[in-house]
Design a binder for this molecule. Structure first.
Ligand code: PBG
Length: 326
């Protein structure tokens, strides 16, 4: 008998049905979350610079957006609020009539089939743009900020959020929120922690979208250094699980596929990845210029899934679902 000198990988590639059968990764709309920017004022639809097709919405435009997503099969939304007033501590985050609280109440009533996730942070609400309280040296105060984080979390829970997503990268944020929720009878409300969040330039367009540009300083004293190795990501993820996180998120997604893949083998929790505004911008603009075709977007999402993320937060969720791609 003759042993073939090489393996014919092409055998599984020549028939499209076979190709489909052996494909490991399937993108399905159930696993996608769509970020939505909610602003105040009546019926606003403000285009966001450098995020083509994405808007700050209010009133009827917000309802239209949610409705068209639901029609396309996207039913999970990550809500960001752009408040009408800011102050040094971000007190509007726990205003029961604030932009997110009032939107949650309306959306829960209008769209009982929607799953509403609220981003828990201060950067949209502070006049300096930092993710909490600053001390005299302009250093982000961890423990004072935690006290306010608990107020915000409870307020969003009371307004009807289905899942809370703390994104401020403060030490102890998950246990603080967990305890506050449990105290108020929300022990069944899950937490998706932005546990592994790098200090990334890829958030640039988001800062226009949510009005969170910094007056001074940066976020390097609390977000992770992209130069650090896997050990830090694992430590952050394990610590947040220990504190009570139900889902662990990595962000940004594509620059950190190695981290996603490493975590998938190590932690006992669902993994989410956030394909952030800068990643969206690069792909979207390349497609708009016809430099790339739309399959590049799908390929980017496949890589995120293959690396180990079960859940993907993406600004492409809606358009891909509308086109029937996911
Ligand atoms: C903080 C927050 C940010 C993003 C999500 N939540 C910005 C930041 O950390 O500076 C970025 C998302 C994106 O770039 O799409 N509330």
């Amino acid at each position: 008998m003759n042993t073939p000198p090489f393996h014919r990988h092409r055998r599984l590639r020549s028939n499209p049905l076979c190709l489909e059968m052996v494909a490991d990764v399937i993108l399905h709309r159930n696993h996608f979350i769509y970020p939505v920017f909610i602003t105040t004022g009546k019926n606003q639809k403000n285009p966001i610079p450098s995020m083509a097709g994405i808007f700050q919405l209010s009133g009827k435009y917000l309802l239209e957006e949610i409705e068209s997503c639901l029609k396309a099969g996207i039913n999970k939304f990550l809500l960001f609020g752009i408040p009408s007033q800011k102050d040094p501590i971000g007190s509007d985050t726990w205003n029961s009539k604030g932009v997110i609280q009032s939107s949650l109440q309306i959306l829960r009533k209008k769209f009982p089939e929607a799953y509403l996730i609220s981003d828990i942070c201060f950067c949209e609400y502070t006049d300096h743009g930092h993710c909490g309280i600053l001390n005299k040296e302009n250093y982000l105060e961890n423990d004072f900020t935690l006290k306010n984080l608990a107020l915000q979390a409870v307020s969003h829970a009371e307004a009807g959020a289905h899942l809370l997503a703390p994104s401020g990268m403060l030490d102890g944020m998950v246990s603080t929120i967990r305890a506050a929720l449990d105290n108020k009878g929300f022990s069944e409300l899950p937490i998706m922690s932005y546990a592994v969040k790098y200090a990334s330039s890829f958030y640039g367009p988001f800062r226009n979208a949510a009005g969170t540009s910094l007056k001074s300083g940066d976020r390097k004293t609390h977000q992770m250094n992209p130069r650090n190795g896997f050990w830090e990501a694992l430590s952050e993820a394990e610590e947040d699980i220990r504190q009570g996180a139900d889902i662990i998120m990595v962000k940004p997604a594509m620059p950190n596929l190695d981290i996603l893949s490493g975590l998938r083998g190590k932690i006992n929790a669902p993994l989410a990845a956030y394909q952030v505004s800068g990643e969206f911008n690069m792909l979207k603009n390349a497609v708009l210029r016809n430099d790339l075709n739309e399959d590049a977007i799908v390929e980017s999402l496949i890589s995120i899934k293959r690396a180990g993320a079960g859940i993907i937060i993406s600004y492409f969720s809606k358009e891909l679902a509308v086109k029937g791609v996911i």
